[in-house]
Ligand binder design. Structure first.
Ligand SMILES: Nc1ncnc2c1ncn2[C@@H]1O[C@H](COP(=O)(O)OP(=O)(O)OP(=O)(O)O)[C@@H](O)[C@H]1O
Ligand SMILES: [Mg+2]
Length: 350
């Protein structure tokens, strides 16, 4: 039977490993100003108590429906949003301890690649200037060394040397994303947030960009938070999966385990919605649940378990309290009362 585990520290993945990222009870709430006089009338709990870690050199895939808080969590981990509460440590440094100036210098260790390669590259600059910019900002190398490095990086991301002199407007979407990736790794970061980095690209280009991420990870020992809607994609690239619902992680575990044996009704519903090609794959899907309705407005989160308004397994206890994580073995955790022996002596029905 599962055992309820509550955490006063982070939910640490692979506790014996060196951790690149540690988040402890991270929250990000946004004020809602809808009053006539523009006063604060409520708050959006976009991220509402997230604790986890990412072992150095590994990939943590973050999935969940639109509006579940993935981008907000990614930005809060990088302190692009200041957390409302909680703490984030990157490469052994507590980000909250840094002054503004120290934070600027520390940014070289943390980078982000967003979905839209067009809006993230300055069209007036040439590729060489774009790729060398982080090195210039962080005062790394001489101008000649930076250009040398830009040319090396261009080769690593698979673009011809003459592109150094081009403007982004003369590149395809996939090529622009390669430039964005070269820029992200230029200053040798430790941790890179990839927020839907391939969603704007053709499927054939997607696969090549994913290979590039894997190649760069191996070369530079990068640690990734890979945010995506696409469960089939994350299955191939992530070592760990975190499933987010209304600002909280509801299931965390090794990718292979979560896909083979999902333990939260929400994860089961997400997995059953993946389009499959073969009948064999179709048979592997959890058949007990389909996802109905929309994700609730995060200003009006249901009490107790936030998923209960869409969960066909709901029983009275679900309304009373928010479930803590249950340890379901082999570094796999889920927030669902079906794993509580007091409520469900026989365990979950699946
Ligand atoms: N700057 C902001 N001010 C107010 N609310 C915000 C802000 N940024 C995000 N939100 C709200 O926080 C919630 C989470 O948004 P977020 O963009 O993090 O979701 P997401 O999981 O990344 O979604 P998607 O898959 O569509 O990118 C949403 O309800 C969103 O409207
Ligand atoms: Mg997003």
């Amino acid at each position: 039977m599962s055992q309820q585990v509550t955490f006063d520290g982070p939910l640490e993945i692979k506790p014996d490993a060196e951790q690149a990222v540690r988040a402890v009870d991270v929250k990000k709430h946004f004020p809602v100003n809808e009053g006539l006089l523009g006063g604060q009338t409520g708050k959006v709990r976009a991220v509402d108590g997230v604790s986890f870690s990412i072992p150095k050199g590994e990939t943590f895939g973050l999935v969940g429906e639109s509006g579940s808080g993935k981008t907000t969590l990614g930005k809060t981990l990088l302190h692009l949003h200041t957390p409302t509460a909680g703490s984030v440590e990157v490469a052994g440094q507590q980000l909250g301890d840094l002054s503004k100036r120290e934070m600027r210098a520390f940014r070289r260790h943390m980078q982000v690649v967003f979905q839209d390669p067009t809006s993230s590259l300055n069209p007036r600059k040439r590729v060489r200037q774009i790729i060398t910019e982080p090195m210039r900002i962080h005062d790394i190398g001489s101008e000649a060394e930076r250009t040398e490095r830009a040319s090396e990086l261009l080769e690593i991301v698979g673009l011809p040397q003459e592109y150094l002199h081009r403007h982004p407007t003369a590149l395809s979407g996939g090529q622009k994303q390669r430039v964005g990736i070269a820029r992200a790794v230029a200053a040798n970061p430790e941790f890179v947030v990839l927020d839907e980095p391939t969603s704007a690209l053709d499927v054939s280009v997607q696969a090549r960009i994913v290979n590039l991420f894997e190649d760069l990870q191996e070369r530079f020992g990068l640690t990734y938070l890979f945010i995506t809607h696409d469960l089939s994609l994350v299955k191939n690239i992530a070592d760990w999966i975190g499933v987010m619902y209304l600002g909280r992680l509801v299931e965390v575990g090794p990718t292979e385990r979560v896909f083979r044996n999902p333990q939260h009704p929400y994860t089961r519903a997400l997995l059953s919605a993946i389009p499959t090609i073969s009948e064999a794959d179709e048979r592997l899907k959890p058949g007990d649940i389909t996802l109905e309705g929309e994700i609730p407005d995060p200003r009006e989160k249901p009490s107790g378990c936030a998923f209960r308004s869409r969960c066909k397994h709901e029983f009275p206890a679900c309304a009373n309290a928010e479930p803590e994580f249950y340890d379901v073995g082999e570094s796999h955790y889920t927030r669902c009362f079906l794993h509580d022996a007091d409520h469900e002596p026989d365990g979950p029905p699946w």
